[in-house]
Design a binder for this molecule. Structure first.
Ligand code: UDP
Ligand code: MG
Length: 318
């Protein structure tokens, strides 16, 4: 039977939280009075996650395991789950219980009663996040809004409900490095929000390093705006003008017979221009990289197996 609700849960090396997740998610899902499937996307975990998932699936028929061959990243793992989900509604939920599963019921009720296509989970209280995370998140949403003019709800992460129509629209996008929390609002489906308190990670450590956060920010900006390219042009222009002034100054002082030591201005111009050029090159590189990835049209992930197709979970993962 086709489920009415799919809950997509991406996980990477989450052996520590998995038992806790099942303990908390299962009663919530069973209590929804809705035919559901859990799509656990194992994002190429290298710990006991795949083994645990197989064991849990034996006792939980609604649990479906989609394993990716290699670690594809949070957003790609969610995309894999969306592509394979079958429900009329799909909720995406992190595995670490930072987003309380109990909110799924509220999301479903709002979607059904108001007839909206998207219900965003909005973090109302982030006191369990570190000060750095909160500050960087604030800057992140601010910059994106400025640059893209996009009205993504502030503090909406990847905890959201989407209708089948929305999920189909997302699946149809060929875009690489898509950041769903901005892609989904850009689609323009009718939406509402539901507030929740972000909890402490139930166990284990965050899988988002500073590098990954940077990657997410860059993908968010370059995915929605070419403002940095324009900024590069302006920066080059201003840098060029400044250099002209310095050159004029150098020439005039030469003819006035002021023997300038010259070292300071030389260094300043070289360093200044060098920095401007490197920055502009870097910005260009980001967009060239995206174009390159789009041209290659390589899938963002490779599925190793889907327990729906191979009920025993396929070959035991290495
Ligand atoms: N995740 C994933 N692939 C990755 C990194 C993370 O599937 O390459 C999952 C992770 O298991 C978790 C969710 O994405 O369920 C969010 O990651 P995490 O909690 O580590 O990030 P944070 O909440 O610290 O931003
Ligand atoms: Mg987390």
């Amino acid at each position: 039977m086709r489920p009415q609700l799919s809950i997509v849960v991406p996980m990477f090396n989450e052996e520590a939280v998995l038992p806790l997740l099942v303990q908390r998610l299962r009663p919530v899902a069973d209590g929804l009075d809705t035919a559901y499937e859990i799509v656990a996307v194992d994002d190429g975990s290298r710990d006991a996650t795949p083994v645990l998932l197989q064991r849990i699936a034996r006792e939980w028929p609604q649990l479906r395991v989609v394993r990716l061959r290699a670690n594809a990243g949070h957003q790609a793992a969610i995309s894999a789950g969306l592509a394979r989900s079958r429900g009329d509604y799909v909720v995406t939920l992190d595995a670490d219980l930072q987003d309380p599963p109990e909110v799924v019921g509220q999301m479903l009720r709002i979607a059904r009663e108001e007839g909206v296509d998207v219900v965003y989970g909005v973090r109302e209280d982030r006191s369990t996040d570190t000060a750095f995370k909160r500050l960087s998140a604030r800057a992140f949403y601010g910059v994106i809004r400025r640059l893209s003019g996009l009205h993504a709800p502030t503090d909406a992460g990847d905890y959201r409900l989407m209708s089948r129509a929305t999920v189909d629209a997302v699946n149809a996008l060929p875009e690489h490095g898509r950041v769903l929390r901005f892609v989904v609002p850009a689609l323009g489906f009718p939406s509402d929000t539901v507030g929740y308190t972000r909890e402490q990670r139930a166990a284990g450590r965050s899988k988002y390093s500073l590098g990954r956060m940077m990657r997410l920010s860059l993908d968010s900006v370059t995915g929605f705006s070419i403002a940095p390219l324009r900024a590069a042009t302006w920066l080059g222009l201003v840098g060029g003008l400044a250099a002209l002034v310095v050159v004029a100054y150098a020439v005039v002082s030469r003819f006035l017979g002021m023997t300038t030591p010259g070292w300071t201005s030389t260094v300043a111009v070289v360093a200044g221009m060098g920095a401007v050029q490197l920055l502009c090159l870097g910005i260009l590189g980001e967009y060239v990289g995206r174009t390159y990835a789009a041209l290659q049209a390589r899938p963002a992930y490779f599925v190793a197996y889907d327990s729906l197709e191979v009920p025993d979970g396929g070959t035991a993962p290495a």
